[in-house]
Each structure stands twice: as structure tokens, then as C-alpha cells.
Ligand binder design. Sequence first.
Ligand code: FMN
Length: 174
Amino acid sequence: METLKAISLRKSVRSYKPEQISDEVLEIIINSAFKAPIASAKYDSLHITVIQNTEIIKKMVVEAAEMVSKMINKKLDWDFGAPTLIIVSSTPAMMPGIEFANAACVLENMVLAATDQKVDSLIWGGPTGIIKQDALLKKSLGIPDEFSPVLCASFGYATDYEEPKEHTISVNRV
Ligand SMILES: Cc1cc2nc3c(=O)[nH]c(=O)nc-3n(C[C@H](O)[C@H](O)[C@H](O)COP(=O)(O)O)c2cc1C
């Protein structure tokens, strides 16, 4: 698939079949993360955690949704059923926002590689909030002490096909 085609076909999917992605596709997705641009080339400021235990994923997303539902006083359902969750964690950056910028670059590369491989995805904050609050959970996921979860993405195969949405962003030219 050509790059522009993958970009135009990428979309956020929020309902997945149980079918797991293959290790071969997972490797392609992870290797694409390594090609992302990272501020000051500090690749060691990031850590990637791949979770494919669906019980662990379900428990985390349900707890995270309950936590945020209480905060915003609105019922959320984050149990999308995606069989792979990839969390990008970072050490504290020198300037505010760099952790998010780096994580977003890494995750966008991953979701575009996934689209190329006909795998659906969703970039989201997801359970990063509860992992930050729960040292035992963070440890059980193997996220090193000095790293903090920033952003994540779910991967799998959509239950139903939906067309990618059309968006625009305001642009001015000088
Ligand atoms: C940083 C970031 C955080 C996001 N968080 C959520 C989220 O918490 N829940 C969700 O359903 N989608 C989330 N999204 C997905 C956006 O809602 C989605 O990209 C947007 O609606 C455009 O739709 P599309 O991706 O299908 O083109 C997030 C996307 C980004 C980049």
C-alpha cells in the first residue's frame, strides 16, 4: 500500500473482533515505531509496552472508564474488545508537551503501519491514567519505574466496516 493511501484509510475503530493480530504484523507495527522522529533523538526516553492478554486489557479499560465516568459524571464504555493494546511511556522531558509529541509520533507511525497491514486501530489516552495512579499495576505491566505512561493505541480487526471520516483543519498561507 502506498503511504498516502494508508494515511487516507486510517480511522479510529471502537469495536473489535476477538481475532488477534499476528506476531509478524505486530513486529511490523513495532519496527515502524522505531522509525518515528523523536525530540533530540532521545529514543531511550521512551518505552513501549505491548499487552495481548485480553483479560488484563479488559480489566484496565473497564476500571479506567469507571474512574473517568465518575470524574465527568457521564457513563463511558471503553471496552472496545481490541485484542492488542500498546502503551507508550516516557521519562520526564525537558520541555512541557515533548512526551506527548514523541508518543504521538511513535503511535501515528504504528497506526499507519497497521493500516498498511489491514489492521484497525485507535489512538487514545485509555488506561494511562489509572496506570499512573497504580504503582503495582504499572510494575505488573513491566513499565520501568522512571517511565510514565503517556498515550496508547488499540489494534485489531473492526467488527464492522466504516468509511474513514473526512476532516479538515484551518489553514492559512502567508
Ligand atoms: C491524542 C489523542 C487522544 C484520543 N483520545 C481518544 C479517546 O479517549 N477516546 C476515543 O474514542 N478516541 C480518542 N481519540 C481518537 C479521536 O477521537 C479521533 O482520531 C478523531 O475523532 C478523528 O477520527 P478518525 O481518527 O476516525 O479520523 C484520540 C486521538 C488522539 C490523537
